[in-house]
Design a protein around this ligand. Structure first.
Ligand SMILES: N=CN[C@@H](CCC(=O)O)C(=O)O
Ligand SMILES: [Mn+2]
Ligand SMILES: [Mn+2]
Length: 312
């Protein structure tokens, strides 16, 4: 796999003379090659074709590069190797082909023993990430944990950023595999009754944004632990529009209510430490709508959290 990572994106502060334990991401990350030991592999999906098709605000294709720059200066804590596998892009409007290329890259990474951390891209990223993981481990029951204000279970004429979990449900039905999907942070005003009906028909587990307030965190942790216990492996997808608009302005559809970053981070850390997390993506980050990098910082913090707590 050669997706030509742009290593120029990785630069930042150097604490000269403080030794190995003072390193930051930009000093640790290496371009992925055949000799890279199994570890964390960053993979960009530079695509907002699904957002455009879903009547959203484009710009998420610029997300992967900005997220790498935001991550570059973070202190390095994990011990696993960190590699940059480069980007899969969608430049010709052929979303299905781009999702297939993403799936192939994710499949190769998982098969080689890496943990793919995919930097989206709109939520159409999820269909590629999931498909790659499912191909790499066809015997596993994969549980999808989606932090999102939206179910993304739309029935649309063409695939969009609003359809990935409906597409996955269809694929699972074809393969006679169970469709295991938990959606955390669902905003009632942002999902029609038809979407709730589809979620019920597909046996989706969900928690509303109003149920994910900090003072009900213990309940939410237990909800998530029960879901994780019921599957073999977990695919985590974080749609950044789950965060309140004040914490995450840099998305197509900012949340009026949202789930606090502190709550999301605690739950993400739980998932990373579960030993079942097999792949993750962060999606919908759109730098065009950021304010003084607040959104980039929140998104980078969640990516950092996954790597900090990851147990495999
Ligand atoms: N990823 C897509 N999410 C939402 C967008 C909603 C909106 O644009 O208001 C959806 O399709 O439901
Ligand atoms: Mn969303
Ligand atoms: Mn979404």
């Amino acid at each position: 796999m050669d997706l030509s990572p742009d290593m120029q994106l990785w630069n930042g502060r150097v604490d000269t003379g403080e030794g190995d334990r003072a390193r930051r991401w930009h000093q640790v990350v290496r371009p992925l090659d055949d000799g890279t030991l199994p570890g964390i592999a960053l993979l960009g999906f530079a695509c907002d074709e699904g957002v455009a098709r879903n009547q959203g605000r484009i710009g998420a294709a610029e997300g992967p590069a900005v997220l790498r720059r935001a991550l570059a200066g973070h202190a390095w804590h994990p011990t696993a190797p960190l590699a940059d596998a480069g980007d899969v892009a969608c430049t010709d409007g052929d979303l299905a082909a781009a999702q297939q290329r993403l799936a192939e890259a994710v499949q190769q990474l998982v098969t080689a023993g890496h943990f793919p951390l995919v930097l989206g891209g709109g939520h159409e990223t999820a269909y590629g990430t999931y498909s790659g993981l499912a191909r790499a481990c066809p015997e596993s029951v994969i549980g999808i944990v989606n932090f999102d204000a939206h179910f993304d279970l739309r029935a649309a004429a063409v695939p969009t950023s609003g359809t990935p979990f409906a597409q996955i449900a269809d694929d699972c039905a074809v393969r006679s595999q169970p469709f295991r999907y938990a959606c955390l942070g669902v905003a009632e005003p942002s999902n029609t009754q038809a979407l709730f009906d589809r979620a019920r028909a597909l046996d989706v587990r969900w928690r509303l944004d109003t149920e994910m307030v900090p003072w009900r965190l213990a309940e939410t942790r237990s909800f998530l632990a029960d879901f994780v216990a019921s599957v073999d492996r977990v695919y985590l997808t974080i749609d950044l529009d789950v965060l309140p608009a004040a914490q995450m302005p840099a998305v197509s559809a900012p949340a009026g209510f949202g789930v606090e970053l502190a709550v999301v981070e605690t739950l993400v850390a739980d998932l990373a430490a579960s030993g079942k997390l097999a792949a993750a993506d962060l999606v919908e980050f759109n730098p065009r709508f950021d304010q003084d990098s607040h959104g980039a910082k929140a998104a980078a913090r969640l990516a950092w959290c996954i790597t900090r707590h990851l147990k495999r």
